[in-house]
Design a protein around this ligand. Structure first.
Ligand SMILES: *Cc1c(COP(=O)(O)O)cnc(C)c1O
Length: 376
């Protein structure tokens, strides 16, 4: 069965009790035990809930994994995965990682003696150089946020395996529709399901997927123990959003490509970052490891004033945090996603005051283009 069909037919799409084509929202916290010596499959909804289970099995199927866990946010998914580490462990993470991941590593896990080295993973030798005897985890994000840098996932995973590190990737930007990192050797895939998986800017959620039984049981222990689970209503919203994943990703990518090509030609634009452009430094690598380039791109205006003017005057684009929805969103990384990164580090990473990130939705591309210029 082709991937687009599997999004809709993966053996989790029907309610087993009624045959309904939409999994019911099992809004239940607890379940009657007919026999206390042999509790049923469901005991208490922190440990398991049928709506969440349908979502988790769907997520596992979409990432070609065997186990998936749904969390109350992308950050809950990331933090709960990092919580499988031990005191004193060392993490090697990509330099322009999501701001919230940077914050939780440097200001929360650091309290438990877990240290992190951030490296530019577009150069694989940086990974090897950062690995220490106590390194346990390689944390990738490709394409990275907000500059869309590409890491060679297979090569990076190979280096990690050679040194006995677990590999984890934030696959939010690509969604499983375009990139399935477990197939490339990655051990743990995480998502902010808030973004492309949900797709409608109406739910906060996260996901962790693996095909390792031992990692799965460690992650489930944290999910059940910490308890940052996703509620049944939100699980249902994600199940519903996922049904249109293919259509959204294809159309949004098509418009993103058009917008990137148009931006390239504008005299008031100094740089365009979109891995689908043939002159993007990671273009060949992403072509080898993903089936598309996604719908997020960034650009720099020649002047900071121009960037600010665009944000003030756009009518079709929303100026907001977040991405991956059917509505196009323009965001300002220095004040939004990357505000948690100290200004000097931000500058060093190229996250400057003239940088705008675009998440392209389902509006007509010509309207989106007109809204960005030429009147500005
Ligand atoms: C939004 C986002 C997160 C955090 O997810 P939440 O659902 O907001 O907690 C993590 N990684 C990336 C790449 C994101 O875009």
């Amino acid at each position: 069965m082709k991937y687009g069909t599997r999004i809709l037919h993966n053996e989790n799409e029907l309610d087993p009790y009624t045959g309904a084509l939409s999994i019911p929202i099992y809004q239940a916290s607890t379940y009657h035990q007919h026999d206390v010596d042999h509790p049923g499959k469901y005991e208490y909804s922190r440990s398991g809930n049928p709506t969440r289970e349908a979502l988790e099995k769907t997520l596992a199927a979409l990432e070609n994994g065997t186990h998936a866990y749904a969390f109350s946010s992308g950050m809950a998914a990331t933090s709960s995965s990092l919580a499988i580490l031990e005191q004193g462990d060392h993490v090697v993470a990509t330099a322009d990682i999501y701001g919230g991941s940077y914050r939780i590593l440097t200001r929360f896990f650091s309290k438990f003696g877990i240290t992190t080295t951030f490296v530019d993973m577009t150069r694989l030798e940086n990974i090897e150089a950062a690995i220490r005897p106590n390194s346990r985890l390689l944390f990738l994000e490709s394409p990275s946020n907000p500059l869309l840098k590409i890491t060679d996932i297979k090569e990076a995973t190979g280096i990690a395996r050679k040194h006995g590190l677990i590999t984890m990737i934030d696959n939010t930007f690509m969604s499983p529709y375009f990139q399935r990192p477990l197939d490339l050797g990655v051990d743990i895939v995480i998502h902010s399901a808030t973004k492309f998986l949900g797709g409608h800017s109406d739910v906060i959620g996260g996901a962790v997927i693996t095909k390792s039984d031992s990692l799965a049981s460690r992650i489930y222990f944290v999910q059940n123990g910490f308890g940052a689970i996703l509620g049944p209503q939100d699980c249902w919203l994600l199940l519903r959003g996922i049904k249109t994943l293919k259509a959204r990703m294809e159309l949004q990518q098509q418009s993103a490509t058009e917008i990137a090509q148009w931006l390239k030609k504008q005299s008031w634009v100094s740089d365009v970052y979109y891995p689908g452009l043939s002159d993007h430094p990671g273009h060949e690598i992403i072509k080898s490891q993903a089936t598309g380039f996604g719908a997020v791109l960034s650009f720099k205006t020649l002047t900071v004033e121009r960037a600010r003017q665009i944000m003030k005057e756009v009518k079709v684009w929303s100026v907001a945090v977040s991405l991956g929805g059917v509505e196009s969103i323009l965001s300002y990384p220095v004040k939004m996603s990357h505000a948690a990164i100290p200004p000097l580090d931000r500058e060093r990473l190229g996250i400057t005051d003239n940088l705008i990130r675009l998440s392209v939705g389902l509006e007509d591309a010509s309207d989106l283009i007109e809204d960005l210029g030429p009147n500005h």
